[in-house]
Design a protein around this ligand. Structure first.
Ligand code: URA
Length: 435
């Protein structure tokens, strides 16, 4: 076996590490015998030189195996999850998991919290009175087996190597490395014991990947690595230039997610959810074609089974199931402040990054992982891209009882709207599919 400095030098000079060497490095890093300074040098070498597909698979599996890996082998049916690289207003998972589960696919969903300008599914679920995202592994497996889905947070024994390495990347300017992002995302997802994974790789102002080329590179690396690790995988590249749906903020987004299952959600949000659900049904082997999957999803709305699964999921995780049908049971502010159009014309853009950051400042998100969030605050858009607006017409509402913060948020979100005289061209939400 080569020494650690030899392995770092090999990667620095563009060479390849063997699967055995990668496993050894990750094992030593997890048990503390490989110091941060050597891992920092290696991360920077990977940042500049990249990794081959074999190396990415080896790194992903080594990081997955640094902690607990769920065994869902005795739960009948295919287990399929979805991962989004994160966006503003992305509440898809809350409707997707019960909807897909109602169609016969098992959905073990381990989600994250919001950090930076993007929201997190756990914060949205916790807006539901009583809902708990913390449970034992045994109970999680039981939920997947009986309800068809469970939605929980990551426990500390899942991929501990990723936790250490992510913190190190954060302070060594190596977060943006594609192989390191791939191993970080997939190690945690593969620890869920899934058979297949559908990825929503967001592209645009409000996304982790701002330009299409980089998003495409990431999507393709994720899909190739997941397949190399023996999992079926498909990625959709979807636009994230403006918020998805009409709401930003935890309780507001949870209500809008359930509205998808009542067929009352905005078109872009429904489209995003349906496109991902179709992929999950096909990879879950409950539909052979996209058309068959679409028909099955429609049926689950018509016969009420998607809503029934959502109510059951909420109830089994300690929440009040009535919220699925009655959003007034969710936390809400008393005060709503209007945001008015500064000119007349058509909405051309709503800067998702700015809306996300304004949401964080309002208390809907966090800048440090230990911050707490206010479930009730956020924004409701009255106009979205393509809509006509008159001067001074309300384009959005701020939900906050703190007057100073609400006014500042209204100023920022108002400025995030770009309005021009011509009607913008419409475009499909899904940019392309990578498999
Ligand atoms: N999300 C992750 O979990 N890890 C990364 O490295 C980037 C995004």
């Amino acid at each position: 076996m080569r020494t650690v400095p030899e392995l770092i030098a090999c990667k620095r000079d563009g060479g390849a590490l063997s699967a055995e060497e990668i496993q050894w490095l990750i094992r030593r890093y997890t048990d503390g015998t490989l110091p941060d300074y050597q891992m920092s040098a290696l991360a920077m070498a990977v940042f500049f030189q990249g990794m081959s597909e074999e190396e990415m698979v080896a790194l992903t599996l080594a990081m997955r195996d640094s902690g607990a890996v769920l065994d869902l082998g005795h739960v009948p049916g295919r287990k399929v999850d979805k991962h989004s690289t994160g966006g503003v207003g992305d509440k898809v998972s809350i409707a997707l998991a019960p909807w897909v589960a109602a169609c016969g696919v098992r959905v073990p969903m381990v989600s994250g919290r919001g950090l930076g300008h993007t929201g997190g599914t756990l914060d949205k679920l916790e807006a539901i009175p009583g809902f708990s995202v913390n449970t034992t592994t045994e109970r999680f497996i039981e939920l997947v087996a009986t309800v068809g889905t469970g939605m929980i947070g990551q426990t500390k024994d899942v991929a501990p190597a990723d936790k250490r390495l992510y913190a190190l990347r954060d302070v060594t300017a190596t977060v943006e490395s594609v192989p390191l992002i791939v191993a970080s995302i997939l190690s945690k997802k593969l620890a869920e014991g899934i058979d297949a994974l559908v990825l929503d790789v967001k592209v645009g102002r409000g996304a982790f990947m701002k330009d299409l080329d980089r998003a495409r590179t990431l999507a393709s690396a994720l899909v190739r690595t997941a397949k190399g690790a023996g999992k079926d995988c498909v990625a959709l590249l979807t636009h994230m230039d403006y918020p998805l749906g009409f709401t930003v903020g935890n309780a507001l987004e949870t209500a809008e997610a359930f509205a998808i299952l009542h067929r009352r959600a905005p078109a872009d949000l429904t489209e995003c959810t349906v496109e991902l659900a179709i992929e999950m049904l096909v990879l879950g082997h409950v539909a052979r074609t996209r058309d068959e999957a679409r028909a099955k999803l429609e049926r689950a709305l018509d016969d009420g089974s998607a809503l029934a699964t959502a109510r059951r999921m909420v109830q089994e995780q300690g929440g009040d199931p009535r919220v699925v049908d009655d959003p007034s049971l969710l936390p809400a502010t008393k005060t709503r402040t209007p945001i008015r159009a500064r000119s007349a014309g058509f909405v051309h853009g709503i800067d998702a990054l700015e809306v996300g950051l304004a949401g964080v400042a309002l208390g809907a998100g966090r800048t440090r992982s230990e911050d707490s969030v206010d479930p009730a605050v956020g924004f409701v858009l009255a106009k979205t891209v393509g809509d006509a607006v008159a001067l001074d017409e309300v384009v959005a509402w701020v939900h906050s009882d703190d007057e100073a913060r609400a006014l500042e948020a209204a100023r920022r979100v108002g400025a995030a709207f770009s309005i021009a005289s011509d009607k913008p061209a419409t475009r499909p939400l899904v940019i392309e599919r990578v498999e």
